[in-house]
Design a binder for this molecule. Sequence first.
Ligand code: SAM
Ligand code: SF4
Length: 335
Amino acid sequence: MIKNTNILQDTHGRNHAYLRISLIERCNLRCTYCMPANGVPLSPKSHLMTYEEIYNIAKTFVKHGVTKIRLTGGEPLIRKDLPVILKKLATLPVELSITSNAVIIDKFIEVLKANKVNKINVSLDSLNASKFTHITRRNEFKKVYNNIDLLVKEGFEVKINAVLIKDFNDNEIIDFIRFTKTRPVAVRFIEFMPFDGNKWDKSKMVSYAKVMEYVYKSFNKATVLRLKDAPNDTSKNYKIEGYKGSFAIISSVTNPFCDSCNRLRLTANGQLKNCLFSASESDLLTTLRSGNSIEPVIQKAIQAKFKIRGGMDTLDKLEEPKLHRKNRSMITIGG
Ligand code: SAM
Ligand code: SF4
């Protein structure tokens, strides 16, 4: 019998106030680290949450203390009813944000503003057009690059997510940091993480320590300022003195931040994941459709949350394909 009345608190004392909702399993890019070349099996449309179901599930989480909702995917902007979803979610007392590859975001400026979506995270793994095409398997660099400047001009708070892969884009770390000299954006270097079908191996990963080695080789140590991280922040934040923007490292592999984790993830087919790395899922959508309360299912899922990375608490366990392949491909989790 679970006695705790705060259903969003786990057995390690963590409160979960942040829900990431994946709106779609499809994408207009094909990033190699996110999905296999031949795609992933897609859920039939009838198994995906409708906008009403997304709203109903979100409302339950908000009732229990969720204050932030981030929309992700796949690519959330290619979901046809995105404007309706935004409008419904904007009626809830939450901070609404979005993670996008920004290929078509110029068409959504007004709808984002109208629904008070101010924080946008954009994926961009290279500042070089042909490398961008190589990693995303699509030729859309120019659009993304121009759209980042457009978002800044339009007053959005922009973070750029760059997944670092050894011998692919680690030679661009300093270029990315220089990109923040005149732009008020935060570039976040993400350690490459293992998921089903992304051919991860540790030797391809660029660690937090390695990033800082590059930084201290290129900049005078006194000008590299360590910033105060926000509570529950997944990133270690820095800036170069005098630069408009900042940079950060998200080190889920070498330096997990699970102690302060406040995140939950809802997949496009209505499965609650209590951790990005969790192999198990809880079916909120079927429960909702059967007319039952989803609250006990949420509570049970949160009570089962492991202390560290879905139970893969050591690097050895994370490296074990049998363990990390039990999880989905990132494209169907949402990042
Ligand atoms: N399509 C949107 C985008 O790319 O921003 C949203 C979905 S994408 C799955 C969300 C985030 O997950 C992106 O920033 C992407 O870089 C990150 N991601 C995907 N696979 C990853 C991996 N294997 N390791 C680290 N980050 C990953
Ligand atoms: Fe699409 Fe984002 Fe995955 Fe790239 S990282 S394939 S843009 S979902």
